[in-house]
Ligand binder design. Structure first.
Ligand code: GLA
Length: 383
């Protein structure tokens, strides 16, 4: 009996070798993570200087003050080949490695995210972490990384997706540093909520209206899996990247917030228009996303397949957040009924989260004009 448990212990500690032995509580992101990621705007064109400038802009624009904190390097910070078994930051773009960036971010009250892949190569054919998870996680921890996005390209021959992600989770849990785990498998599977802090429910976003709408519909199917520290991720924001109108971008922000999605900006923060900045920093909408109850809002009422009303429960049981989303090609009057959003018929107070204004009391329902592809976001309060 004794021999058995000693050998089990030995197997366990060998399996964990190099990862240390202090499991860390992994409820690291009790509300949806907020930050910036390089991929949507810059693809492989990233560098230490670019990331530092984004960090500076995150602070000077006021984004940090409203909750954005992670600066996430996506694919291409690393070379295709390892050196002595370690991942190598591209020496041209990260000449002093990754640690100085982590130090810079931490000194400015921000956090560093990094990207790797469960295969031998990433989606852009840089070195992935398969078979090197322990070394890579230890390096990330030593550099001061706070968040890992883990992609799904080029799986190793006969490897198993669930096992690959669980192995990474185990290493992260035991590396001696709190590190958020973002699963990027381009679709939901029910093992994800017990392995990741957040997980992609969709394929990649593009900066186009049709794709944005598709992602909303896919992500909404998994609402029941969302809870504090466990987030459905319909991919990053495209706000400010130029392929949609400001009205459509505002709709992306409203929909991400009502769905309690991670708010990861994907634009050039150095050159934002006032409209982009206003959208990304609307505190009242962010508060809906970040509400501690951690429930994902769902579609509760529709008068047409493209005139949709979503509602989200909030930690104040007397209050609901509501988005009226007009996907049609024409402006339309839309009505939200108190009964549909889980309130009683009778009077309720309405606040508009873009006008930042209390609109008064309304009986049973509220009607508002919503432009084509636009959305209104309200809070409805009833005693
Ligand atoms: C996949 C991911 C994207 C991005 C790229 C990088 O497509 O889904 O979010 O990380 O890889 O190559």
């Amino acid at each position: 009996m004794k021999i058995k448990s000693v050998s089990l212990l030995l197997i366990f500690s060998l399996g964990m070798s190099g990862c240390g032995s202090n499991p860390i509580n992994h409820n690291l992101t009790p509300t949806p993570p907020m930050g910036w990621n390089s991929w949507n705007k810059f693809g492989c064109g990233i560098s230490f200087l670019l990331a530092r400038e984004m960090a500076d802009a995150m602070v000077s624009s006021g984004m940090k003050d409203v909750g954005y904190q992670y600066v996430i390097l996506d694919d291409c910070w690393q070379l295709a080949e390892r050196h002595n078994g370690h991942l190598v930051p591209n020496p041209e773009t990260f000449p002093n490695g990754i640690k100085p960036l982590a130090d810079y971010l931490h000194a400015h009250g921000l956090k560093l995210g990094i990207y790797s892949d469960r295969g031998r190569l990433t989606c852009e054919n840089k070195a992935g972490s398969y078979d090197h998870e322990t070394t890579d996680v230890q390096d990330f921890a030593d550099w001061g990384v706070d968040y890992v996005k883990y992609d799904n390209c080029n799986p190793a021959f006969l490897s198993n997706q669930i096992e690959d992600y669980k192995r990474m989770r185990e290493c992260l849990n035991n590396c001696g540093r709190p590190i958020v785990f973002s699963i990027c498998c381009w679709g939901f599977a029910d093992w994800m909520p017990s392995v990741g802090d957040l997980w992609r429910t969709t394929g990649d976003i593009t900066d186009k209206w049709d794709r944005f709408v598709e992602l909303v519909d896919t992500n909404q199917q998994y609402a029941s899996y969302c809870s504090p520290s466990h987030w459905n991720d319909p991919d990053m924001l495209e706000i400010g990247n130029g392929g949609m109108t400001d009205v459509e971008y505002r709709s992306q922000f409203n929909m991400w917030a009502i769905m309690a999605a991670p708010l990861i900006a994907g634009n050039d923060l150095r050159t934002m228009s006032p409209a982009t900045l206003e959208t990304l920093t609307n505190k009242e909408v962010i508060a809906v996303d970040q509400d501690p109850l951690g429930q994902q809002g769902t579609m509760v009422e529709s008068s047409d397949k493209d005139l949709l009303i979503y509602a989200k429960n909030l930690s104040n049981p007397h209050e609901k957040a509501v988005v009226l989303f007009n996907r049609t090609a024409y402006g339309a009057k839309m009505t939200v009924h108190w009964k549909a959003i889980g309130l009683a018929e009778g009077k309720a107070k309405v606040r508009d989260l873009w006008m930042h204004k209390d609109l008064g009391e309304f009986k049973d329902s509220y009607k508002v004009y919503v432009p084509s592809h636009g959305s209104a976001m309200l809070k409805v309060f009833q005693n």
